[in-house]
Design a protein. Structure first.
Length: 154
């Protein structure tokens, strides 16, 4: 297990506990699922995920996450519509969560993660994002920023 995997697991446990107390038993699964969504070459990685939001009439929402301004909110129902019920149910089963609860958790986490992966207001190329994640780095030093945000007391 790499240092990045270890940090990501710790981060995800903290995030799931903060979003839904008692959900930390997924031991990093939620963050891993989010990162899988963003790096899945079959669905176009982060660029493909943004395109899915655009196809479902959520262009403004997705653009706010990528841009440098305030992130617009998204609902669990909107997440379910974008991902499709089949994908959401499969992810929920893998994590041992209710699909509706997972949609709600993704609605809170996804905007923040996309925002931190795009610190300059641009979506990185799929191969650059994948390489950065594998190397334990995110664009613009965002890993440290992302870890700091989720691990610091609110």
């Amino acid at each position: 297990m790499s240092l990045f995997d270890s940090l990501l697991g710790q981060l995800a446990g903290q995030v799931t506990g903060a979003i839904a107390p008692g959900a930390g038993t997924t031991q990093g699964g939620l963050m891993g699922a989010v990162m899988q969504l963003m790096t899945d070459p079959q669905h176009g990685g982060l660029q493909g995920l943004i395109a899915q939001f655009e196809q479902h009439g959520l262009s403004r929402v997705a653009a706010s996450w990528v841009g440098t301004g305030q992130n617009l909110p998204v609902s669990g129902d909107q997440i379910a519509a974008v991902l499709g019920d089949g994908k959401l149910v499969a992810m929920a089963q893998q994590l041992g969560l209710d699909p509706q609860a997972l949609g709600g958790q993704l609605a809170q986490l996804l905007p923040q993660v996309v925002d931190h992966l795009t610190p300059l207001g641009e979506v990185p190329a799929a191969d650059a994002l994948q390489s950065g994640l594998q190397a334990g780095l995110l664009p613009g030093g965002a890993l440290g920023s992302l870890l700091g945000q989720f691990l610091s007391p609110r």
